[in-house]
Design a protein around this ligand. Structure first.
Ligand SMILES: [Zn+2]
Length: 76
């Protein structure tokens, strides 16, 4: 493994984070159990058809990040 390769979560860990987001709860880093910092990635320039938003979550401790799509239209 290269030292300059960006650390990432395993697929199982990404699923845990995504599930937390889908439930509307604060996602925690599965490794550090600290709250993760969310950075919404604004789409917008590709306006037509693609209403998908992406969420970028970063652990402030281990610096691992998770990027995934967030489905809109959640009914509360
Ligand atoms: Zn972490």
């Amino acid at each position: 493994m290269r030292a300059d390769e960006r650390a990432q979560f395993d697929p199982d860990e990404q699923r845990v984070i995504r599930d937390a987001c889908a439930n509307g709860s604060q996602p925690f880093c599965p490794r550090c159990t600290v709250p993760m910092t969310g950075r919404p990635i604004g789409g917008g320039s590709f306006g037509l058809g693609y209403a998908r938003r992406r969420q970028w979550l970063i652990c402030p401790n281990c610096r691992r990040s998770a990027l995934f799509d967030v489905k809109r239209g959640t009914r509360n």
